[in-house]
Design a protein around this ligand. Structure first.
Ligand code: MRU
Length: 365
């Protein structure tokens, strides 16, 4: 079916103020249909995040920021404390949609801080606090675009023309507002004639690599080859891959990194073949309050995603036990560098990540 929405010209997440809605590309319909949907209620926003209609750490953060603004803007009270009490309830509800990507709680906390600063510290009216929230939500979105561009610049310094790059899941434009994180160097290299060859893992069980990464790279004219998850060793052994670039959902203070399930396997295999693994992470994904990877809450999802979701009939014996963690943690020892908008952190990560976070006071552009 022909779609009237051009993926390459449409932001993954946008605020439609005239219609009081957050507008997203519904990623559950891709690649068959590129359709926008409008989210108006707290339940619709929660459901869209939980069902991965919008997914990818940065995109979830921007959706939450726009969402909490819309919900707060509708509150009718003029009393600041009553306003903040309802705000806190909505914030907690949206935050419960998915646990692993820190961008969700990061964006919601940032919005809450702005409201408290405006209402409590500066004594502004509830109407003025709402305007501050509107500006902050737009700032979070605008920063996401700039941050991804910077990650693209920094990541490209690690690559050479003609390189083969393997990526897992989707850390592409569909996981952010535009450009993506792990794909940002690929898009920039494409613009500059680097002629990269990209291998996209299909990414069981929800197929973000096949449905999203292969789709957006192919649509952009990048030389992309789709492989099953269990083929990464084969392409690496064959000398087809010079670097692995992946995104992440949370980076612990020691550099351990949670990303889509299977990333740690790719990293271990790449380590065996001496291929560098780079994790692309906006600083909003770095969680200095979590010392090590084992402290990261890993989302568990329904077993039906493995046994039946993509099949005409169930492909596992009824009642069989299923284990379906959505993410895994890659040990920092397997990571050659963490590419942020403020530069590339390298081991020892306790030091380099602290340094990167200290630079966060600087402007991104
Ligand atoms: O379950 P998903 O599709 O939200 O998982 C997404 C990933 O694992 C991405 O690699 C990660 O969020 C980084 S996106 C720039």
């Amino acid at each position: 079916m022909e779609s009237s929405v051009n993926l390459l010209k449409t932001d993954t997440v946008a605020l439609d103020e005239a219609n009081d809605a957050v507008v997203i590309i519904d990623q559950t319909l891709l690649p068959g249909r590129v359709e926008l949907i409008s989210l108006r209620t707290a339940q619709e926003i929660w459901e869209a995040i939980y069902q991965l209609r919008v997914r990818g750490a940065p995109a979830i953060g921007v959706t939450a920021a726009f969402g909490i603004y819309l919900l707060a803007n509708r509150l009718e009270t003029e009393d600041f404390d009553a306003f903040m009490a309802e705000f806190a309830e909505q914030k907690q509800y949206l935050d419960s949609a998915r646990p692993t990507a820190v961008n969700l709680s990061w964006a919601l906390r940032r919005m809450e801080r702005v409201a408290l600063q405006a209402g409590r510290e500066e004594g502004l009216t509830v109407g003025q606090v709402k305007e501050r929230l509107r500006l902050e939500a737009h700032a979070i979105r605008d920063e996401d675009i700039k941050v991804c561009q910077k990650i693209g610049e920094n990541g490209l310094t690690l690559l050479s023309p003609g390189d083969g790059i393997l990526t897992h899941c989707n850390a592409g434009r569909l996981a952010a507002v535009r450009y993506g994180t792990a794909t940002a160097p690929i898009y920039l290299g494409q613009e500059r004639g680097y002629g990269f060859r990209v291998y996209a893992d299909e990414t069981r069980p929800l197929l973000q690599g096949a449905r999203l990464t292969a789709f957006e790279l192919y649509a952009s004219g990048v030389d992309v080859t789709l492989i099953c998850d269990n083929m990464s060793g084969s392409v690496m052994a064959g000398g087809l891959v010079q670097a692995v670039f992946v995104g992440c959902d949370r980076v612990a203070a020691n550099g351990d990194t949670a990303n889509k399930i299977g990333t740690s396997v790719v990293a271990a295999v790449a380590g065996y073949y001496g291929i560098p693994v780079y994790v692309c992470a906006p600083t909003s994904t770095i969680d200095m309050d979590t010392p090590r990877g084992e402290g990261i809450h890993i989302e568990q999802r329904p077993g039906g995603e493995i046994t039946e979701m993509w099949y005409r009939e169930p492909m596992a014996p009824p009642g069989v036990k299923v284990y379906n963690p959505a993410f895994d943690v890659t040990d920092h020892g397997l990571i050659e560098g963490i590419v942020t908008e403020y530069g590339i952190a390298r081991a020892p990560y306790e030091e380099s990540l602290k340094e990167i976070m200290a630079r966060r006071g600087m402007r991104v552009d």
